[in-house]
Design a protein around this ligand. Structure first.
Ligand code: NOJ
Length: 534
């Protein structure tokens, strides 16, 4: 058997951990109630103390904020709300000084309708940029050219009276889709990558990549027999002609060539909510695509030992040769893990995330166990909730500001926060948890520290040991060292055969059993996970 590679032989993004910052809600430095880049810079040491390797920052570009930055008005600027280009440069330098990588959000599928490109494009059918967006004539009855639906509700086609055509928008009408079949669009968008790479960024998280290209013939999407009242209206149809079109891979490979032309292992992470078999294509032919196509399957798989074990096996088996795994438990679009699974089980989830093979991405605030904050209707910000109210689709609850301490602005702002802090902020905050050796924050730090000293947990092999009742057990091994992870996903006490004799508990989710010798069987309390090792 070939000897295991040294840790140094792995790219930083293989052994490292990514931390997502939603910049509006991380740290405000000027009292306007919205987080900004100087604020983020001032909090970088939190990330260092936590023990992550890279910070992915959701969009910071000039934007009318119809979709809170995912509607970009200028791909090579910084929104004054977040600061200046000098602030950005300072942030990158400060992050790099601390050994942190910086990953930006890249939004290629659509721009803002206020982007000068779209303003030109909609000005006339003869404009040189007309085909930079997806313009089509009406259907014979004068209605939209196809039955395609917007992710955020309603038709995906918006009528433009002045030029007598419809334009396509996979998301809001304020987010017209760019036409990636245009070589000029491609060139301009690849230049945007170069702009930031030249400024030293270490990679990009690529937004909504599965929406990049639509069927050229505009074929209607078929109805979805599985759609039920209460589900997102966009799911009324099966999006076979608007998502995951084969041509997307050529565009991704072009992005990857740009990134690879720079030194130092720059990274592309792709956002695509797709079944595992379809997702694998996003690694690209001969790994010419994303290094990490986001794996969101922990967000939707039933939280049961057998289901999780099957997911891990299926995902591992589907990976292309050399394809690197990754796992996600939360982001700014999904209900927080502590709300989905409950606070106690969220600790077990943290242990799972940080001990699976592959690159984990953490979402800000999950390290202190933030829960979804209920947003009263008059404070709703998210356009999705505004367009399609009452279905629980709104994303504001997971986007509330980071509570740093127990003061009225939670240390986040001296002003009025753009979203409410929520009732827990006075108790659940970074300062309180930093002082509590049993806190969620302490658990995250312990797991990240263990991951750092035990490469088996980051780059080691994965082997399922068992998935019986509520308990999932797996082994991680690297360079002759083996560790075992035992997770009790249930609320009852569980006794598990010790996978090994003469080992010790390295960490428990309850943080009170370090060094306990393991013999015979291991007792797991309700909602307890342990890592066992030499
Ligand atoms: C995915 C982003 O994560 C989400 O926040 C955004 O609304 C859509 N893409 C559209 O850009």
């Amino acid at each position: 058997m070939a000897a295991d590679r040294n840790l140094d032989d792995f790219a930083w993004w293989q052994s490292g951990v990514v931390y997502q910052v939603y910049p509006r809600s991380f740290q405000d430095s000027n009292g306007d109630g919205v987080g900004d880049l100087p604020g983020l810079l001032a909090r970088l040491d939190h990330l260092v103390t936590l023990g992550v390797d890279a910070v992915w920052i959701s969009p910071i570009y000039p934007s009318p904020m119809a979709d809170f930055g995912y509607d970009v008005e200028d791909y090579t600027g910084v929104h004054p709300l977040f600061g200046t280009m000098e602030d950005f440069d300072r942030l990158v330098a400060a992050a790099h000084e601390r050994g942190l990588k910086v990953i930006l959000d890249y939004v290629p599928n659509h721009s803002s309708d206020r982007h000068p490109w779209f303003v030109a494009s909609r000005s006339s059918r003869d404009d040189a940029k007309r085909d930079w967006y997806v313009w089509r004539d009406p259907a014979p009855d004068g209605g939209p050219p196809s039955n395609w639906l917007s992710e955020f509700g309603g038709s995906a086609w918006e009528w433009d009276e002045a030029t007598g055509q419809y334009y396509y928008h996979a998301y809001l009408k304020e987010q017209p889709d760019l036409n990636w079949r245009s070589p000029e669009v491609r060139a301009a968008m690849l230049d945007a990558l170069r702009f930031w790479l030249d400024r030293g960024v270490d990679g990009f998280r690529v937004d909504a990549i599965h929406h990049l290209i639509e069927d050229e013939q505009l074929r209607d999407n078929p109805p979805n027999p599985g759609w039920r009242e209460g589900m997102s209206p966009t799911r009324r149809v099966i999006r076979i002609h608007t998502m995951d079109q084969p041509e997307v891979h050529d565009a991704i490979a072009a992005m990857r060539r740009v990134v690879d032309s720079y030194s130092g292992d720059r990274l592309l992470i792709g956002e695509a909510y797709l079944p595992i078999d379809q997702l694998m294509a996003y690694y690209g032919t001969d790994l010419s695509g994303f290094q990490l196509p986001f794996n969101f399957h922990l967000l939707s798989t039933p939280w049961e030992a057998k289901a999780l074990a099957a997911l891990i096996d299926q995902y591992e088996a589907a990976l292309p040769p050399g394809g690197w795994p990754n796992w996600v438990l939360g982001n700014h679009d999904r209900s927080r893990v502590a709300s989905r699974l409950g606070k106690a089980q969220a600790r077990v989830a943290a242990m799972l995330l940080l001990t699976l093979r592959g690159t984990p991405t953490l979402y800000q605030g999950d390290e202190i166990g933030m829960t979804d904050v209920p947003i009263p209707p008059h404070l709703v910000q998210d356009p999705w909730e505004k367009n399609v109210p009452g279905l629980g689709l709104g994303r504001d609850p997971a986007r509330t500001p980071m509570p740093w301490d127990g003061t009225p602005g939670a240390g986040f702002t001296s002003g009025k926060p753009w979203l409410p802090l929520g009732p827990e902020a006075t108790r659940v905050n970074v300062t309180a948890q930093a002082a509590d050796p049993g806190s969620k924050l302490a658990l995250y730090k312990a797991l990240l520290a263990l991951r750092r000293v035990e490469p088996a947990l980051s780059v080691g092999s994965y082997r399922r040991v068992s998935a019986e009742d509520d308990v999932l057990v797996y082994e991680r091994a690297h360079g002759g060292r083996r560790l075992w992870v035992l997770l009790n996903l249930g609320r009852d006490l569980a006794m598990v055969d010790a996978p090994v004799e003469g080992a010790h508990i390295r960490v428990s989710t309850h943080l009170d059993r370090d060094g306990e010798p393991v013999a015979g069987s291991v007792r797991l309390r309700p909602n307890e996970g342990v890592v066992i090792g030499p």
